[in-house]
Ligand binder design. Structure first.
Ligand code: NAI
Ligand code: 15L
Length: 265
């Protein structure tokens, strides 16, 4: 299956670079966008510099696209004002553009930080209470609610990917549980783009790791089967000094994010 034109936001970022290559076989044209500079593309790519906080620019960006993979925004905990522009206004502009231009499907990069204040070891499903662990997690929680509204009101289908930790390798003990390999990320996004029925799906983005805090039973219709595992990195991660048992970064699923901020002027 191949889409006509796919919009990829956040294309200059870590995961954007991965999906810019990884999704290439699945779209005749890929419109890749970021506020940052990007290296020149290949035939079949359209490079558009765009600030997600600029409603008119995002409206033009979305026009003519058949589906959207929305990765763009601030990807770590930051002062609320920064998050408001890039993430909260940004995701609203994306969905408004989708509504206005008839885009029927969006894959939204949410985050495990929507549920970051649940205790480590507890197993969460798609219906668990949200417990955002900061302004960043709150912005992703807003994006999930917004996408639900656009599905209920306008029938725009979305997958909200509660991505764990997607990097070339896990970086610490927590990421032995939360790690999502780049290959599994690419496959997850592919499944979301082409599932016959997506509706509004919440799915946790994790590889087939030994220990699990998340249950994707409610996303079975995606047909996503993670192939990789963090296990080959276990010895290296367990050689790192352990955190104190009472450290909030050790107690909560969100790890160190739960103790970032507040940000004073
Ligand atoms: P990243 O920070 O490397 O990439 C984000 C991109 O968004 C950057 O290229 C940045 O320039 C762009 N951006 C920021 N503000 C913008 C604005 N106002 N307008 C347009 N573009 C803007 O982050 P990464 O790791 O690639 O993550 C991609 C997405 O996945 C993000 O939404 C992040 O929150 C989410 N995510 C990533 C995880 C990970 O482990 N890498 C885990 C959970 C969620
Ligand atoms: C995220 O949401 C961040 O974007 C990423 O940088 C990681 O810190 C990840 O979560 C994580 O929780 O490990």
């Amino acid at each position: 299956q191949v889409l006509g034109r796919l919009l990829l936001t956040g294309a200059a970022g870590g995961l954007g670079k991965v999906l810019r290559g990884g999704l290439k076989p699945y779209a005749h044209t890929m419109r890749v966008s970021d506020i940052a500079d990007m290296p020149p593309g290949w035939p079949g790519e359209e490079i558009v510099r765009c600030d997600l906080a600029d409603k008119k620019a995002v409206d033009e960006l979305v026009q003519g696209c058949d589906a959207i993979v929305h990765l763009g925004g601030v990807s770590v905990e930051r002062p609320f004002e920064e998050i408001l522009e890039a993430n909260i206004k940004g995701v609203f502009h994306i969905y408004e553009g989708a509504r206005r231009h008839g885009v029927r499907r969006v894959v939204f990069a949410s985050s495990n930080h929507v549920v970051g204040f649940h205790k480590q070891g507890k197993v969460l499903d798609a219906d668990c209470a949200k417990r955002p662990d900061g302004y960043y997690g709150l912005s992703k929680s807003y994006g999930e609610d917004l996408s639900r509204f656009y599905f209920d009101r306008y029938g725009i289908e979305s997958a909200c990917l509660r991505i764990g930790s997607s990097f070339p390798e896990p970086k610490d003990r927590r990421m032995l549980v939360t790690w999502l390999s780049y290959a599994d990320l690419t496959e997850l996004v592919r499944c979301c783009l082409f599932a016959p029925r997506l509706g509004h799906t919440i799915v946790y983005g994790m590889s087939n790791n030994r220990d699990k805090w998340w249950d994707n039973a409610q996303a079975a219709h995606l047909g996503f089967v993670p192939r990789d595992s963090s296990e080959p990195f276990r010895a290296k991660m367990e050689a790192q000094p352990p955190l104190d048992a009472n450290d909030p970064a050790k107690l909560y699923q969100g790890g160190a994010f739960v103790k970032m901020g507040p940000f004073e002027d």
